[in-house]
Design a protein. Structure first.
Lengths: 547, 324
């Protein structure tokens, strides 16, 4: 940390301050310093860019670009800020993609939504947003939503016209050079979900893959700016419905930090239980979906059967199975129901009785192993280079887990360790999911024991302790919060204005973005049969890919 | 053979009506069995235990619009679904179905029964390739190519293993093969039967060899563009092929309609259903292989094994059964 500080002191900065236990918050004075700073940081080991989040301060006429840079091995992170002028012509900065490949799509996203031009980016283009927003930069504060809404039908017609023109052109130009052709894998493909991969193939061999994303872009981050602090949890939880609870924990932590409040220990343990329930529900679908990519649906059915019990537990707590809205700033939303632990135990017991069957029949299946072993390997180097997060990174042996690196909720008190595999191939990415399910069940048991102990000692009151009072108006502030989501690190960057009732800027970084970014590297020179398998092994969810 | 008899064979048994019944039955049966393994209920509401569900489904498909895509070749696209089920149901005349029909022989009692079966089953994939070719869709075309690649490699072990009973008994007449079968010869033919069953999975495009219609990879292969009646006809052809190939397995290796106490069609049916259960159980527990893995398995494991099996059968004929 000191060495990082020393490096940064060599440049003109407005301030360098320590933030939380692992972050250095730095503001650069000159935007031209960016590249030299980052080159120095890379030498020091900060090799990964988590995300890039511009904030539009319209009254001060500046756009502040936040770079979140991480050192995954030594857990030292840098939060770098640079001011840019708001005018479109001057709003530009050097691209860091060439030295930090993990920043690639994040730069494109910042360009499409805020109009920050990244000079020297290998292929700067509009990305993610739908075609009627091209060149309008919808996340800027002066973007006129009302006029845009009025022209909605016209815009939709223009987009579909464009599609038909393109289609006609393709129809007339159809034909193949030798054995080369382009396949569109999605968005209506049986195994793709709302994403399109343009697959350039030569016979059965893939030459190149170009992901085309944005089919479920809902502008959740902008939507939050129209809602109050409680209403925002509804937007945040819809990042992806598979793991529903953890994004809310992430958001709630950011708000609590700005308000300067600390939640009760009871609420912290409740967050652990709810978070692990969400993770288990998501992992069970990932586990089943993995075999679904190879045309075997039995495990999916079995997993859904187990998942029902986990969802029952969520329903008993919040009344909803998928979109629970169960966590809000200040704690958890509801007091604990009387017999809730009973349904939790039932879920865990169901999982533990099915576990062995799943392991014997599916996890050790020789045909699966013949396809998955040694296929699609990611090395530790790739993890740092492209910032693969969560289970994908841990399958390659990287010790990355926000629950342990930067403990939140009550994870600091839990008895847990990094779950890792060593090979980093497709099979390990399946195995890690299975191992983490076991870990989740264990964590839920631990948290239940702690709560029971607390109630017995009289330290916790399950009917009153769940929520503390939050101020109605927030002070001005800025916070980042990270949680270990089912698919990896989720980072929320929240900015508020003085006495505000609404978020000023909310940035959600979700792992599927990076995991889709590496698809080209992963799939080149593989065969067509490998697309669903390798794609499925990345556990990509289009909800958090597009937001 | 009188005209009434011929009409009975064509329209009722073992012709159209029987094949339709079989299609309804195997569709329902596989759904129900698969659901049991999946821990689901399966068809439930229509008819006793949901037995009418597949009938409704098939008639629903028949009422649907028959779409011919603009880019497809309209003649090839629409003729293939008619031709395929006809060719698929041709081998039915060779198989001895029941002691009551034609005094226990197949309807066409020929000395080249095995050859006829093998050839008629072998023609089918080329028709499926043409369906894919006529659709003029990239996915269908890829599916068609995969069918060809799979068939060319799978048919060799299939042919060689179906030859083994013919060599053992010195005849290609299915009736004679069936009646020459005893417990001892069944044991001798067991390796051949296993190879036949594995190759059969490839011929029928069942998991783990359902590569040509891998929906996660190439949508539905040659089925992609088909809807309504055409799709139903292709499915009908597929189920008929399942019937024919598994009935051949039973006749060649497991004694056809012969059974304890009484020889009857129901023994044959029971044996076919057992084979269907094996197919479904494999389907429910094994993922799909890659095309290159299938080719490698086929050419470097299955084909040599089939050749070795012929050697074993010749050896058994000379030294176990004693003489030519």
């Amino acid at each position: 940390m000191e060495r990082l500080k020393k490096i940064l002191q060599g440049f003109e900065t407005e301030y360098i301050e320590e933030y939380k236990s692992q972050w250095l918050k730095v503001k650069l004075k000159k935007s031209t310093d960016l590249i030299p700073v980052i080159e120095k940081l890379i030498e020091e080991g900060v090799k990964t860019c988590s995300t890039i989040s511009p904030t539009d301060f319209i009254e001060e006429n500046r756009i502040e670009v936040n770079y979140f840079l991480e050192d995954l091995t030594n857990k030292r992170n840098v939060w770098l800020k640079v001011d840019l002028p708001r005018e479109l012509e001057e709003c530009k900065i050097d691209s860091i993609t060439s030295i930090m490949p993990s920043a690639d799509w994040h730069e494109l996203e910042a360009y499409s939504t805020f109009g920050v031009k990244f000079e020297g980016h290998p292929n700067l283009r509009y990305f993610l947003i739908s075609a009627d927003y091209y060149g309008k930069f919808p996340f800027r504060k002066d973007f006129d939503w009302e006029t845009h809404e009025k022209n909605l039908i016209k815009n939709v017609n223009a987009i579909s016209q464009e599609f038909f023109d393109e289609y006609r052109e393709n129809e007339t130009q159809i034909g193949h050079k030798e054995s080369k052709t382009v396949l569109h894998w999605g968005p209506t493909h049986p195994a793709s979900g709302p994403i399109r991969l343009k697959v350039y193939t030569n016979g059965e061999v893939i030459e190149k893959v170009e992901p085309d994303i944005g089919y479920v872009w809902r502008a959740l981050e902008k939507l939050a700016e129209f809602k109050d602090f409680i209403g925002t949890i509804v937007a945040v939880e819809r990042v992806c419905f598979m793991d529903n609870t953890n994004p809310m924990i992430c958001y709630a932590q950011a708000v609590e930090e700005i308000a300067g409040k600390e939640i009760t220990p009871f609420a912290k343990y409740m967050r652990v239980i709810l978070g692990e329930l969400g993770r288990s529900a998501s992992h069970l679908v990932s586990l089943g979906g993995f075999f679904g990519t190879m045309g075997l649906h039995t495990l999916m059915m079995w997993c859904l059967d187990v998942r029902e019990y986990y969802l029952d537990a969520l329903e008993d707590y919040s009344g909803a199975r998928i979109a629970t809205a169960s966590i809000e700033p200040g704690g958890v939303r509801y007091p604990m129901p009387d017999n809730w632990f009973k349904s939790l135990r039932k879920a865990i017991q169901k999982f533990e009785t099915t576990r062995e069957e799943i392991e014997e029949i599916f996890i050790k299946n020789p045909l699966m192993e013949s396809r998955a072993k040694g296929n699609g390997v990611f090395t530790l180097n790739d993890v740092e280079k492209y910032y693969l997060a969560g289970p994908i990174a841990r399958a390659s042996g990287a010790k990355i887990d926000i629950r342990l690196d930067e403990p939140y909720a009550a994870y600091g008190d839990m008895d847990m360790d990094y779950v890792t595999c060593s090979n980093g191939d497709v099979r390990d990415r399946l195995l890690i999911i299975f191992k983490e399910l076991e870990q989740s069940a264990d964590l839920i048991k631990q948290a239940m024991a702690k709560i029971e102990e607390g109630i017995e000692k009289g330290e916790m009151n399950p009917k009153k302790d769940h929520l503390i009072r939050m101020p109605r108006r927030m002070p001005a502030g800025e916070a980042i919060s990270r949680v270990e989501w089912a698919r990896g690190e989720m980072l929320i960057h929240l900015v508020t204005m003085p006495k505000s009732t609404q978020p000023y800027r909310l940035k959600i970084k979700a792992p599927s973005f990076n995991h889709t970014m590496v698809l080209n590297k992963l799939l080149s020179q593989k065969t067509l049969s490998d697309i669903p398998l390798l794609y499925g092994s990345m556990h990509i969810c289009q909800g958090d890919l597009d937001r | 053979m009188g005209i009434g008899e011929i009409l009975f064979y064509i329209l009722i048994f073992p012709g159209l009506l029987f094949l339709l019944f079989w299609t309804f039955f195997v569709f329902y049966f596989s759904r129900k069995t698969l659901a049991y393994i999946h821990k689901r209920v399966g068809p439930h509401y229509n008819g006793k235990w949901g037995s009418l569900q597949t009938v409704y489904d098939i008639f629903k498909l028949l009422t649907k619009e028959n779409i011919t895509p603009k880019s497809a070749d309209p003649y090839l696209f629409n003729i293939m679904p008619i031709l395929t089920p006809i060719v698929a149901s041709l081998p039915v005349i060779l198989i001895p179905w029941s002691p009551l029909i034609h005094s226990g022989h197949g309807i066409l009692d020929t000395n080249y029964g095995v050859l006829g079966l093998v050839v008629l089953i072998g023609v089918e994939p080329f028709l499926l390739f043409l369906t894919g070719f006529g659709s003029h869709n990239k996915y269908s075309f890829l599916g068609g190519m995969r069918v060809l690649a799979q068939m060319i490699s799978m048919e060799i072990p299939f042919f060689l293993s179906s030859l083994s009973p013919a060599i053992l008994f010195g005849t290609m007449n299915l009736y004679e093969i069936m009646y020459s079968n005893s417990w001892l010869t069944t044991l001798i033919l067991l390796p051949g039967a296993v190879i036949y069953l594995i190759a059969m999975l490839g011929i029928l495009e069942q998991p783990p060899f359902n590569i040509p219609e891998a929906e996660q990879e190439i949508v539905y292969g040659f089925y992609t563009e088909y809807a309504g009646t055409n799709y139903t006809l292709l499915k009908f052809a597929e189920f008929t092929e399942i019937l024919v190939v598994s009935a051949s397995a039973v006749v060649l290796f497991f004694g056809g309609y012969r059974g304890f106490l009484l020889d009857s069609f129901w023994w044959l049916f029971l044996k076919i259903v057992l084979i269907a259960i094996i197919i479904i159980a494999i389907r429910a527990t094994n993922p799909r292989l890659r095309l290159d893995q299938m080719l490698k398995f086929c050419w470097s494991v299955l084909t040599p094994a089939a050749v070795l099996n012929l050697v074993w059968v010749l050896f058994a004929r000379l030294y176990i059964l004693g003489g030519i």
